[in-house]
Write a protein that binds this ligand. Structure first.
Ligand SMILES: C[S@@+](CC[C@H](N)C(=O)[O-])C[C@H]1O[C@@H](n2cnc3c(N)ncnc32)[C@H](O)[C@@H]1O
Length: 427
């Protein structure tokens, strides 16, 4: 096979596959959804563009090969035919192996035989053969699963029904690490999940459309607001630092990395960036915690989008946005957020009161009535019920080990007067 044609796979948290496929389509790539990702055949330009532009992907991998094997000898013999010269040797490779419904089940032994096949030395300070995570489906190949980001090239091996697939990571650090978020609050949202929320709601239209206003009244370290600004200004997530230099990607260490083509790809992405938010897009972020707001501002500054955001310390009932926009004649937009939910922050009783207040803000007389839409990550259906709103699920995924659902109510609010009042404080 032509060494410049790759079987590519982008991974994403489970539940985000349709968003990933649609992002790839936006890049001109027709991909097939898999559990926990999407795959397609493409060249260097696809590989580079996917890493630079995908907002919900965790990693992009290339397939080194796939073959049947039912015994370790067969694995090593067939594994010897893979193009291991693609794996950089400057640092020892790390393996992530999973096996299911197969004769070959000992993940440490699979790693050892493939290291032999590829003549790849084991890391000196490795916890040893078998320093791998357990058997999972492709869905769980999303990083954030215990595989450290730092280190040598990552080889991902999947054995399923006696079929071995060996892939090499092209991304390096997990793609949610855009580089801007050095300061975090108590329960930060992953950048990829914040983007997923936005792409499932206010930013679902084609990138040429000016997105509607976005308000996050529980903004914490600012992830939703910052990702909204990156999206609205068409800033590729791989260029999310203020100076718009690309973050590092593992493929840049490959022996045949096409430097000139990469520079063109980066230049094209830079040329696409809007100097400011388009049209009537406005982004408001607020939180009752002044300390976390400082973190949000520092992060936004690192991302070069501080000027695009209205950040303020405020409780939910005073969260800026709707009045300012209405007086400027801007139509209602979306409240997109990651509110506190049980298990990590506060307790259910206090949170119920907070969610009731959120619901009231969208009900008759509420500040977010009159056409505002709501989209948030829910970790607890009891709290959703406390809003009293007809919420619909947009997608379900996991975050920090918890199953979370993105729930929405689109433009259903009606305006009939004044907001009813202050929400109780949540611990
Ligand atoms: C799950 S965190 C949000 C994390 C954020 N998405 C991030 O990436 O950092 C929830 C936030 O809600 C804030 N909060 C809790 N109760 C609030 C209230 N009544 N009004 C405003 N903010 C509140 C907390 O201070 C916390 O920062």
């Amino acid at each position: 096979m032509d060494p410049n044609v790759f079987r590519l796979m982008a991974q994403c948290p489970p539940g985000l596959e349709p968003l990933l496929v649609s992002e790839l389509k936006g890049l001109g790539i027709r991909a097939t959804a898999l559990q926990g990702g999407a795959s397609w055949t493409g060249g260097w330009s696809d590989l580079m563009a996917a890493n630079l532009h995908l907002r919900v992907a965790s990693r992009v991998l290339v397939e080194l090969g796939t073959f049947g094997a039912r015994a370790l000898g067969e694995l090593e013999r067939k594994g010897g035919a893979l193009p291991w010269d693609r794996v950089p040797r400057a640092a020892p490779a790390r393996f992530r192996v999973s096996s299911s419904r197969s004769r070959l089940y000992h993940e440490g032994a699979i790693e050892e035989r493939l290291r032999n096949a590829g003549d790849l030395p084991a890391p000196a300070e490795s916890a040893g053969i078998g320093d791998v995570v357990g058997a999972r489906g492709d869905a769980d190949l999303d990083a954030g699963d215990g595989t450290p980001d730092a280190g040598g090239p990552l080889v991902v091996v999947r054995v399923h029904r006696d079929k071995v697939t060996v892939r090499l990571d092209t991304s390096g650090e997990h793609l949610h690490r855009r580089g801007y978020r050095l300061h975090v609050g108590v329960a930060p949202l992953r950048e990829t999940l914040a983007s997923a929320l936005l792409l499932a709601g206010p930013m679902s239209d084609s990138p040429s459309a000016a997105p509607p206003p976005v308000v996050d009244p529980f903004c914490g370290s600012g992830t939703v607001a910052i990702e909204a600004a990156l999206l609205a200004r068409r800033i590729a997530p791989g260029l999310a630092l203020a100076d718009r230099t690309p973050r590092h990607f593992a493929f840049r260490d490959w022996p045949d990395f096409p430097q000139a083509a990469w520079e063109l790809e980066v230049e094209a992405a830079r040329a696409d960036i809007l100097p400011e938010l388009p049209g009537r897009t406005a982004i408001f972020g607020s939180d009752r915690d002044a300390g976390v707001l400082e973190a949000a501002a520092a992060n936004a500054e690192r991302a070069g989008v501080l000027e695009d955001l209205h950040l303020a310390t405020a409780t939910l009932s005073k969260a800026p946005g709707p009045e300012e926009l209405a007086s400027a004649g801007v139509p209602p937009g979306w409240l997109v957020t990651n509110p506190p939910y049980g298990g990590r922050l506060g307790d259910r009783r206090r949170l119920r009161a907070l969610y009731t207040s959120l619901g009231r803000a969208f009900g008759p007389g509420g500040r977010f009535a009159a056409g505002w839409s709501l989209l948030y990550f829910s970790g607890d259906p009891v709290l959703d019920a406390a809003t009293g709103l007809p919420l619909e699920e947009r997608f379900a995924t996991s975050h920090g080990g918890l199953r979370v659902r993105a729930v929405a109510m689109e433009g259903a609010g009606e305006d009939s007067g004044e907001d009813s009042g202050e929400e109780p404080r949540e611990a």
